[in-house]
Structure formats: structure tokens, C-alpha cells
Write a protein that binds this ligand. Structure first.
Ligand SMILES: NC(=O)c1ccc[n+]([C@@H]2O[C@H](COP(=O)([O-])OP(=O)(O)OC[C@H]3O[C@@H](n4cnc5c(N)ncnc54)[C@H](O)[C@@H]3O)[C@@H](O)[C@H]2O)c1
Length: 285
């Protein structure tokens, strides 16, 4: 059901790869709520993924671009303003990738070229995006810029690896740039810290199925789905949240405020045999 929350607004959605992508759901809901949008992803993702299907369905133009490349980002903003007919009201950064995770390099054996890539793709691209937009004066007054984060920015999670460092940096960029862009043009910058979600990026996290189950058991409201995340993004793009900026907003069913729940404890009681070596010693990950 549409509430016309984004009627007349223009947006850019980075990171829709396939139907599972959080960005995919956000794009669908943004259009449902009355916005016109452009979609962007890397040239290879545009070729290999399903974003063309989404573009056709929503009548949205697709602009291939690498979010680590400043010229590409300038082109995305310039083209989007041309296509959509004016300044941009909202931007979603829904981008994450760690070559160290992909290559199964553990946190105490990181490849530093790969770490640089993780940080560039998953965090610095957010800075590059905002800086490019600001230099082009591409965002309208009280425009809203959002990125997606994870609670591993604050707490340590087994297997999340160098993505935790990337998310900490991402959230810091939202605060640092939020001050400058807010002061100068009333542009809002926030991050939404989302529950574990079964997407292509999510499924790449070590032990994701167990993490997903644990988070679900710990959260009084259960894990938040990609669709529910999209709802929150729409509210953050709308005029209903004009004075919210520089925040990391948890969208996790209550997980981040929990210590232990009965449901999680019940699963723990089932035993740790699976995690013991032949001498009965627990293998700590
Ligand atoms: N899935 C989860 O459990 C979860 C939880 C919290 C936060 N997030 C965050 O949500 C965001 C979206 O991820 P998702 O779960 O929807 O997975 P996804 O795999 O569908 O999306 C990740 C996107 O990043 C894009 N990307 C990678 N490198 C890029 C580059 N150089 N330039 C432009 N785009 C690039 C990919 O093509 C892909 O579309 C990420 O920031 C992720 O860390 C995911």
C-alpha cells in the first residue's frame, strides 16, 4: 500500500544486484511511494546480475559505474540529474564487498591490498559519493543520503573479518560528512544498521546461517527482513525525518540492546559438541 511518501522526489539507488538485494526492495518501494529513480551498479554486475529486469519493471534507467571511481560517480550524479530532471532528493549506498572474506583470509592473516579494496568498496566509496555530489551541488535542500551498516561496527562478530572495520569507517563518514553537508545545505546523512539478511553479500559471511538463527533468537522482534529494511529507508528518505542526521540507526528487531535471551540460551543448552576437538576442548573461532 502506497502512502505517497516520496511523491515528486528523485533518487539514486546504488547496489541492486538481484531480487534478494536490499537495494532491489528499496528501489521497488521508492517507486511505489511516488519517486522517480535511476539505478547503478558495476558494469560487471549490470551484465551478470538481474538489474536490467528491475530497470524495465520500474521504468528506471541503469547507469553502470564503479563506486570506487570518482569520475564514474560524477557521471552518475550528472546523468541522473539530466534523466530525472533536477536535483537529487535521496541516495542509497547499498554496497559491500571484502576480497579477504571471499578468499577466506582470516583477520590475523589479512592481505593488505585486499584490505584496501574492502575499505575502498565498502566505506570510502560512501565518502567519494558524497563528495562528488556536493561538488556538483547535486543534492536538494534536506536531501537524504543513506548507507547500510552492520552491528559488527560496534561489537566483534566471528567471521565478519575486515568488513567490521569497513562498517566502522562507513558510520564515521556519515557523522563527519553529515556535519559539513548538514551545516551547508541541510543534507541529511545516516546509516541503517540492518539484521543479518540472506542476500548474495550476506551469504558470503562465514557461518551466516547460524548467525542468522542466533540473531533471530536474540531479537525480541526477530530479524528484520530486506523488505522491512526498505520500509525504514523510505521513511528516512521522506520529509517525515527532516531533522534526523549523523545517526547510526539500528534496524534489527532489538538485537543490539540484548545481552541474552531465553530462546538463544535454549539453543546454547543443546551443547557445544560440534565445536569440540577429540580431547573435548572447545575450539574457539
Ligand atoms: N545481508 C546482510 O546480512 C547485511 C546486513 C547488514 C548490512 N548489509 C549491507 O547491505 C548492503 C547491501 O548488501 P546486500 O546484503 O543487499 O547484498 P548484495 O550482494 O545484493 O549487494 C551488494 C552490492 O554491492 C555492489 N558492489 C560491489 N562492489 C561495488 C563497486 N565497486 N561499485 C558499486 N557497487 C558495488 C554489488 O554489485 C552488489 O549489488 C551492504 O553494504 C551490506 O554490507 C547487509
Amino acid at each position: 500500500m502506497s502512502h505517497n511518501l516520496l511523491k515528486g522526489k528523485r533518487g539514486i539507488i546504488f547496489g541492486a544486484l538481484n531480487e534478494k538485494s536490499i537495494a532491489w526492495k528499496v528501489a521497488e518501494k521508492a517507486v511505489e511511494e511516488g519517486a522517480i529513480i535511476t539505478l547503478t551498479n558495476t558494469p560487471v554486475a549490470v551484465r551478470m546480475g538481474d538489474v536490467n529486469i528491475l530497470g524495465e519493471k520500474l521504468g528506471a534507467e541503469i547507469i553502470p559505474a564503479d563506486a570506487t571511481n570518482v569520475e564514474d560517480l560524477e557521471m552518475v550524479f550528472t546523468k541522473s540529474m539530466e534523466i530525472l530532471g533536477g536535483k537529487i532528493d535521496f541516495v542509497l549506498h547499498s554496497i559491500g564487498m571484502s576480497p579477504n572474506v571471499r578468499k577466506k583470509r582470516t583477520y590475523d592473516d589479512l592481505d593488505y591490498d585486499m584490505l584496501n579494496k574492502t575499505l575502498d568498496i565498502s566505506a570510502i566509496s560512501f565518502h567519494k559519493m558524497i563528495q562528488a555530489a556536493k561538488k556538483l551541488n547535486a543534492i536538494s535542500e534536506y536531501g537524504s543520503i543513506l548507507a547500510l551498516s552492520y552491528v559488527a561496527a560496534q561489537r566483534t562478530f566471528y567471521g565478519y573479518n575486515d568488513m567490521a572495520d569497513a562498517k566502522s569507517l562507513l558510520e564515521s563518514i556519515a557523522r563527519s560528512f553529515g556535519y559539513i553537508y548538514g551545516r551547508e545545505s541541510h543534507v541529511r546523512i545516516n546509516t541503517i544498521s540492518q539484521s543479518p539478511t540472506m542476500t548474495t553479500a550476506g551469504e558470503g559471511v562465514k557461518g551466516m546461517d547460524k548467525l542468522f538463527d542466533f540473531a533471530n533468537r536474540m531479537s525480541p522482534l526477530g530479524n528484520a527482513s530486506a523488505d522491512e529494511c526498505a520500509d525504514y529507508c523510505i521513511v528516512m528518505f521522506s520529509d517525515l525525518t527532516k531533522k534526523v542526521t549523523m545517526q547510526n540507526l539500528y534496524h534489527d528487531g532489538g538485537f543490539s540492546s540484548m545481552g541474552m535471551s531465553l530462546r538463544a540460551m535454549a539453543a546454547y543448552e543443546k551443547g557445544l559438541e560440534e565445536y569440540m576437538d577429540e580431547n573435548g576442548k572447545i575450539i574457539y573461532g
